[in-house]
Design a protein around this ligand. Structure first.
Ligand code: SF4
Ligand code: SF4
Length: 321
């Protein structure tokens, strides 16, 4: 057993297994119009990894088989994948709930002019990165000019009904600018709502707070600044058993651009596929062993269990210890 498994067993009396596959998360590839300094997958414009149609077709087949509550599409910047429209159309025509994770600025890239309308027409739920309501903090984490472009797209999404019409949900994602844990999600959501409404008349459905995981560019940056040990101690010291039942790996499976199956997107970044006795690729997917599989963990998992907890759907516990 590794350090994380021992901690879960000792403190919470559990071994970490999936409980059911409610969500299939699909990572379309690592190409992105941004190169954020906290990116756990080191995405950027130069990355060429992209899911092909054969793999997408295999995902569609498994979605029909599993009937998940949601198909969650991520990247990179998934909107710039040339086949995303075909993929979303197939899912939406068959009545599945589709969610797309956007960095917002990708929607200003050439050829994206009608993408917000396309999302609206297919009732795609949108989850958008917006790490602060202040310009300076967003630009320092995600690049010069990102804040202004993000505001522009949020206003466009509002004009289509996103964030106001209950069928068109628009969630924003906060992550800390440095080596600290996110504050209380509902309090921060109130601050975001007040500030974005007062400054720009922007409305959104809710806020997800996410912890910076000790991997990827964020971790490399901490190591350069010699703050990695301190941050790891913060994550270890903040371990919270209340988060364990809702850890996202327990309720989803994640498909990488090449079809490899993972417990979560962070494990993609670390090259840790699902447990060795299981089917490794979407083309070999079988529901029964995957839906109650043992989760592959590591030290990075303490990022999900610290404080209020963290997942692609925000905090996991109402109390931070
Ligand atoms: S964090 Fe998101 S927007 Fe930034 S480089 Fe990574 S995938 Fe792109
Ligand atoms: S990093 Fe992935 S595998 Fe580890 S606890 Fe978080 S969601 Fe689960």
């Amino acid at each position: 057993m590794n350090e994380f498994e021992i901690r879960i067993q000792k403190d919470c009396g559990l071994n970490l297994y999936a409980s059911e596959i409610q969500k299939i998360q699909v990572n379309l590839g690592l190409k992105c119009n941004q190169s954020c300094r906290h990116c756990h997958l080191a995405c950027g414009p130069e990355r060429e990894e992209m899911m092909d149609w054969e793999t997408m077709a295999a995902v569609l087949k498994i979605v029909h088989n599993v009937q998940p509550e949601m198909v969650d599409i991520t990247g990179g910047a998934p909107e710039i994948h040339p086949l995303i429209r075909k993929f979303v159309e197939e899912l939406s025509d068959d009545g599945y709930n589709v969610q797309v994770r956007t960095n917002l600025t990708a929607l200003l890239e050439p050829g994206m002019e009608d993408m917000p309308d396309f999302f609206k027409d297919h009732k795609v739920h949108i989850v958008a990165s917006m790490p602060c309501y202040l310009e300076e903090n967003v630009n320092s984490q995600r690049g010069d000019g990102v804040y202004g472009k993000s505001i522009q797209i949020l206003q466009k999404l509002n004009s289509l009904g996103y964030g106001m019409n209950p069928e068109l949900s628009l969630y924003l994602v906060y992550n800390p600018g440095g080596p600290s844990l996110p504050p209380d999600q509902s309090q921060l959501e109130g601050d975001y709502k007040r500030e974005l409404s007062n400054r720009f008349g922007i409305h959104f459905t809710g806020l997800y707070t996410m912890t910076n995981m000790p991997i990827g560019r964020f971790w490399e940056g901490l190591k350069r600044e010699k703050k990695d040990d301190e941050y790891m101690q913060l994550l270890l010291g903040g371990f919270n058993c209340q988060t364990v039942g809702e850890l996202m790996c327990r309720h989803q499976v994640c498909v990488a651009w090449d079809g490899t199956l993972y417990d979560c997107d962070f494990n993609i970044a670390l090259g840790l596929p699902v447990s060795e006795e299981l089917p490794k690729n979407i083309k070999d997917f079988t529901l029964e062993p995957l839906s109650n599989r043992r989760i592959v963990t590591g030290r990075h998992c303490f990022g999900c269990t610290a404080g209020f907890g963290s997942s692609c759907g925000g905090a996991l516990a109402s109390d931070n210890l």
